[in-house]
Design a protein around this ligand. Structure first.
Ligand code: SF4
Length: 73
């Protein structure tokens, strides 16, 4: 999750401090990451986007939350 946030140029601490996301939303996102169905696909996508990306991939169960945070810009 941290690597995905970094790839999307998101600082989760800043998002939290700005009340864009709640502690509960972040905790649930971490749980979704731990039980992700496609960690290998995620790793490949992250390798392919090491220079950064504007959106999380569709395969990511946390995409709606990442989109929400990116939408706060
Ligand atoms: S694709 Fe899965 S492992 Fe990767 S950031 Fe999203 S939830 Fe986490």
């Amino acid at each position: 999750m941290a690597r995905m946030a970094e790839t999307l140029s998101l600082d989760l601490g800043v998002e939290y401090d700005a009340h864009i996301v709640t502690r509960r939303q972040l905790d649930r996102a971490v749980e979704r990451c731990k039980s992700c169905n496609d960690p290998d696909g995620c790793a490949m996508w992250l390798d392919d986007h090491s220079g950064g990306a504007r959106e999380a991939p569709n395969l990511c169960p946390n995409k709606p939350l990442f989109d929400h945070m990116r939408g706060g810009w």
